[in-house]
Design a protein around this ligand. Structure first.
Ligand SMILES: Nc1ncnc2c1ncn2[C@@H]1O[C@H](COP(=O)(O)OP(=O)(O)O)[C@@H](O)[C@H]1O
Ligand SMILES: [Mg+2]
Length: 365
């Protein structure tokens, strides 16, 4: 186990808003950060002590980076596994390369989850349209076709409702690495942010209810409006996953919740802090970002209880232009990610509101 003293340097692969908020949490705990990111003008570079602007495959730059940091972590999962393996030869790296390998590929992810007894949608990996036709005889329609790797915000997926729709969906995805999932008619989507320390200590945040618009997270509400015993069950599944992975850091588990059996199916896991946990910055004594930093630095995990009901609204594209409105609202905790161009669909910031009472709202499963 490594325990880092204040003043140590945390290396973060990736310079998006997650890296930015991780760097801010690290600073609060007395650490320095060094962002490694190929992109120009990334949100994290505004708040970090040091920056390496290099590619994830530049071995010389990676080794130079490894030699000047005390621990390495990452803020998105599409970093080559070899990059994390190389860094780990020189410096402790959390979460591990094996975890990255599992979560980067939807097939490996589902195989792992089912192996440890966690329910998912029924699924099959296919390489050709002919194989898809055969697999769909078992999975049945409607189904969701997804590329196994690199999908996000609904990109790289297509719903097929009937055999007639298959060819167009297959052509659109234009890939031979496809997973077909049965369509789950869920009542709600929730996520649990789970943290595991190097010593095996596990702490989860309350499940959040997630509402998407145009395949992008729009609103997260914590706690999710499901019965307390169901919340505890979802937390139990998330704890099981991080324990089985021997995970270190914060991991997000996305669930489909149904009123009929099985109530919970895991949709996907993300080996990092997650958009659906941003409310924890104001709504909990320890934010998901601080918790991740605590875990990778060998500090005890912090308290994750909620001060009240929290709602986090994403500010997408031009939403960010309403900044004056949010600044006037005494309940709005406003976050701007420092991005200059408000392209449609781009996450520009978020607003969190805390309502003092828990569980008074109507919708409930
Ligand atoms: N098998 C499924 N059944 C029903 N809805 C699904 C299924 N898979 C994905 N979806 C819907 O699409 C969204 C995005 O899919 P997801 O697998 O989470 O990919 P992404 O990496 O884009 O987040 C989910 O949050 C859910 O609303
Ligand atoms: Mg998702």
């Amino acid at each position: 186990m490594i325990k880092l003293e204040p003043g140590s340097v945390i290396g973060i692969l990736g310079g998006g808003q997650l890296g930015r908020m991780l760097a801010m949490a690290a600073a609060q705990l007395g650490y320095h950060t060094h962002i490694y990111c190929p992109d120009e003008k990334n949100p994290a570079e505004q708040v970090t002590n040091r920056l390496s602007r290099s590619s994830y495959t530049d071995e010389v730059a990676l080794i130079r980076f490894a030699k000047v940091v005390d621990v390495v972590t990452y803020e998105f999962e599409n970093i080559p596994v070899e990059t994390v393996e190389l860094l780990n030869q020189h410096v402790p790296t959390f979460p591990s390369a094996q975890v990255l390998q599992v979560s980067q590929d939807r097939l490996h992810e589902k195989n792992f989850l089912n192996k440890i007894g966690v329910e998912t949608a029924p699924y099959a990996a296919v390489m050709t349209e002919g194989e898809a036709v055969e697999a769909l005889k078992i999975i049945t329609y409607p189904a969701v076709l997804k590329t196994r790797r690199f999908g996000y915000d609904g990109k790289g997926q297509a719903i097929v409702k009937s055999p007639e729709e298959l060819s167009a969906a297959w052509a659109m995805l234009n890939s031979s690495d496809i997973i077909i999932e049965g369509f789950i008619p869920f009542d709600m989507e929730i996520s649990v942010l789970a943290a595991r320390g190097q010593d095996g200590e596990i702490k989860c945040f309350d499940p959040a209810e997630n509402i998407h618009k145009n395949h992008i997270l729009d609103l997260s509400i914590a706690p999710a409006r499901i019965a307390p015993h169901l919340r505890a069950q979802a937390v139990g599944i998330a704890c099981h996953i991080v324990a089985e992975l021997e995970y270190v850091g914060v991991l997000a588990v996305e669930f489909f919740v149904s009123s009929s059996d099985p109530v919970f199916r895991v949709n996907e896991i993300a080996p990092r802090v997650h958009n659906s946990g941003h409310w924890s910055i104001e709504a909990c004594p320890t934010s998901q970002f601080e918790q991740h930093i605590r875990a990778i630095c060998g500090l005890p995990l912090g308290d994750t209880s909620l001060y009240g009901r929290a709602e986090m609204k994403n500010l997408i594209g031009d939403d960010i232009l309403d900044v004056a409105l949010y600044l006037k609202d005494p309940d709005a905790n406003f976050h701007h990610y420092g991005k200059t161009h408000a392209r449609p669909g781009r996450k520009m910031g978020h607003v969190t509101r805390i309502l003092p009472t828990v569980g008074t709202n109507k919708k409930s499963i």
